[in-house]
Design a protein around this ligand. Structure first.
Ligand SMILES: C[S@@+](CC[C@H](N)C(=O)[O-])C[C@H]1O[C@@H](n2cnc3c(N)ncnc32)[C@H](O)[C@@H]1O
Length: 246
């Protein structure tokens, strides 16, 4: 399935500006609590967490704001990092440009947790993601968690209240580009492209890098009100949360 020709990519200031205005409610309700649960009890003065592909800094700020983590927010987009530094400065967060693959400023077994949220789906390059995953494995201390949150590949085509990735009824294979709609806070939609990978493909990124097979969480919202009016996210998980340990 080929993406819409007019879809906005992930590089450049136009994409970063549009992403800055996204409606974050579903991510805040479904991803953020799961990330915090998975990292519970692990923060402490001087403990280092990585927010890999931090974009505009939402997860980095979440970690710094709800624990005592020192956080490095890493992204290959200078435009995303500019927004993160402006919108979410924090004395314990440093934002850093990197190549999306190499963590060579970090020593082996020197990091206490890593989170990577909605990143693999935006990168078409399997080789880069395999390299990045191996680097994450290298820098984590033994037993430290790696939380990988991403679009749920079993939810393509479902119209959630703030996003839809893929066309209703379409079937996707690993590597396919998927037209993805994100709702912005002003009520308009941003059209962008993501890259389909099956859950098995995600598992193999992790196991090929030396991580154990992850636990998989598929969070949905609690249903309230009349069944007919219940939004899709009460029946189907928009996101998946994979957790493993070094
Ligand atoms: C959809 S945004 C997610 C941003 C943020 N994690 C969030 O949840 O709001 C995807 C981000 O991943 C970054 N990215 C793409 N490929 C990457 C890679 N190989 N390594 C790290 N970040 C990458 C993009 O520059 C972009 O900022």
């Amino acid at each position: 399935m080929i993406a819409d020709d007019d879809a906005l990519g992930w590089d450049g200031s136009a994409a970063a500006d549009a992403y800055r205005g996204r409606d974050m409610r579903l991510a805040e309700q479904l991803i953020f609590p799961a990330v915090l649960r998975r990292l519970a009890g692990r923060s402490g003065p001087g403990r280092l967490a990585l927010d890999i592909g931090c974009g505009t800094g939402a997860v980095a700020a979440l970690l710094a704001g709800t624990g005592t983590w020192t956080v490095q927010g890493l992204d290959p987009s200078a435009d995303m990092l500019d927004i993160a530094r402006t919108d979410r400065p924090h004395p314990r967060v440093s934002y850093r440009l990197f190549d999306g693959r190499t963590l060579d400023w970090l020593a082996d077994a020197s990091v206490d947790a890593a989170v990577c949220c909605l990143v693999y789906c935006t990168d078409p390059d399997d080789g880069r993601l395999a390299g990045l995953t191996a680097e994450i494995r290298r820098v984590l201390r033994p037993g430290a968690p790696y939380v990988l949150a991403d679009l749920n590949p079993a939810a393509t085509g479902v119209a959630f209240s703030t996003l839809r990735h893929g066309e209703p009824g379409a079937r996707y294979d690993d590597g396919d580009t998927v037209t993805t709609l994100l709702r912005l806070r002003d009520g308009t939609m941003m059209t962008t492209a993501t890259h389909y990978r099956s859950l098995d493909r995600y598992r193999s990124f992790l196991t090929e890098a030396g991580f154990p097979s992850p636990t998989v969480e598929l969070p949905t919202l609690a249903a309230g009100g009349p069944a007919g009016a219940a939004p899709a996210e009460t029946r189907t998980a928009p996101y998946m949360i994979l957790t493993t340990r070094a």
